[in-house]
Design a protein around this ligand. Sequence first.
Ligand code: UDX
Ligand code: UDX
Length: 479
Amino acid sequence: MSIRTICCIGAGYVGGPTMAVIADRCPGIQVTVVDLNQARIDAWNDPDLSKLPVYEPGLDAVVGRCRGRNLHFSTAVEPAIAAADMVFLSVNTPTKTKGVGAGQASDLRWIEASARQVAACAQGHTIVVEKSTLPVRTAETVQAILSAAQGDGASGGSPKTFAVLSNPEFLAEGTAIPDLEQPDRVLIGGDDPAAIEALAGVYGQWVPNDRILRTNLWSSELSKLTANAFLAQRISSINAIAALCEATGADVQEVAHAIGADSRIGRKFLKAGPGFGGSCFQKDILNLVYLCGHYGLHEVAAYWQSVVDLNSWQQHRIARLVVQRLFGTVTGKRIAVLGFAFKANTNDTRESPAIRICRDLLEEGASLFIYDPKVKSEQISSDLPETSQIVDSLNCPEAVGKWYLAKSVNDAVYQADAVIILTEWPEFADLDWSTIYTYMRHPSWLFDTRCATNWPQAVEVGFSVWVIGKGIVSNLRMR
Ligand code: UDX
Ligand code: UDX
């Protein structure tokens, strides 16, 4: 079966870029991305490509080429499903906040709602593809819902039939377009060979066949959780060693370099930092923990839980050490926070380490002057809901425990006691610390939690400097 029409439910960080690249690489396929959220769809349709709801380098060019040609964004979910040979489910699956499995299991209500919509609106044969990261055996739920509708003939049309595939997405935000254009692998899980080959045929238009892996459904679902758990585990491992380096005088960059040279370990994903963020790592590990508990594998559950616990500890540790260095109190002190996104090159703040670190500092009474090149003020407000925003930075007598969205680095550092780097935006690598020093209150601190600045220059011009995995470097001889 060759696919001519695709519908994707969910126009988020995964659905939007993935469908844009499919449309770009498969001009013969009509792709419609649907979402319940009208504002999000309007943003995807904005003639000004700088206003797309997802910031990803290169995404604007891809959308610019395909939109209106074979890529469409719409809130009309039902007709898009009815017309589709293949429907991708790319809705969000957050961690449950209440009920059975709260705090660990994924909330599948949107997957179920989408599957019901597909069951109701599909016509003829439809291949349903799980794109969202899902707990193992979710395909059973999707299949059960679809089976109930199977065989219904819509007003004399051909009876409905379905095939369910798992096709997890491995793109990382910030590099979504190159990750989609040259993936390490594409994973397709299923038990219907014709459906698997139909999806492989879509990817085959630009991905070499030996990179398209075929597995059973459950292996595919579990591989996504496992890949994220392994990646996150490397970060918790290097962050644990970073703390030990700071205590002993070892340097985590040197240790990472030395261990990464072992080809069995490899160089990637060994950057110590303020802890991992993003929509997937924590959610997927908690899911894995829940699954292990469900199957009575309590030691396995505890093993993976420790990866998340270490990550939370790292975030609190950074907030604590900032307070300690600033003479044990930050009440009323101005602190410039540079970077709020969970990593560079994205406007996404989900689970960003900045959220927990800023919250801790606000609780201690600091006034935070936050600057991020891409994150909007409304986003920070929803991430720090219990705190209040300063609107006029120059006229804020009572700024204790409040935050202000700075318009530039210079705006953020004005009269600040400390600068904390939380995201490795490239522009922070070139900051001129001698100018910044003149704007700040002295003594002035730089806390570089990503080792992403020219911190030796900051030391030279008079800053007290703390760097992740090195500790305080201002009283060390520079290498
Ligand atoms: C989501 C999941 O979080 C992730 O596990 C999975 O791998 C891919 O899908 P993401 O695209 O980053 O990731 O989520 P998000 O940006 O929240 O987008 C989901 C979209 O689905 C939202 O725009 C939401 O409005 C939409 N949606 C949700 C629907 O259109 N219908 C629904 O019933 C529920
Ligand atoms: C991740 C996976 O990489 C991707 O395959 C999956 O599909 C979704 O989850 P993402 O969360 O978008 O992607 O970004 P990633 O680059 O993995 O970074 C996650 C977090 O880990 C970020 O907060 C990042 O700063 C942090 N990180 C990453 C480190 O602290 N050190 C590293 O060496 C790498």
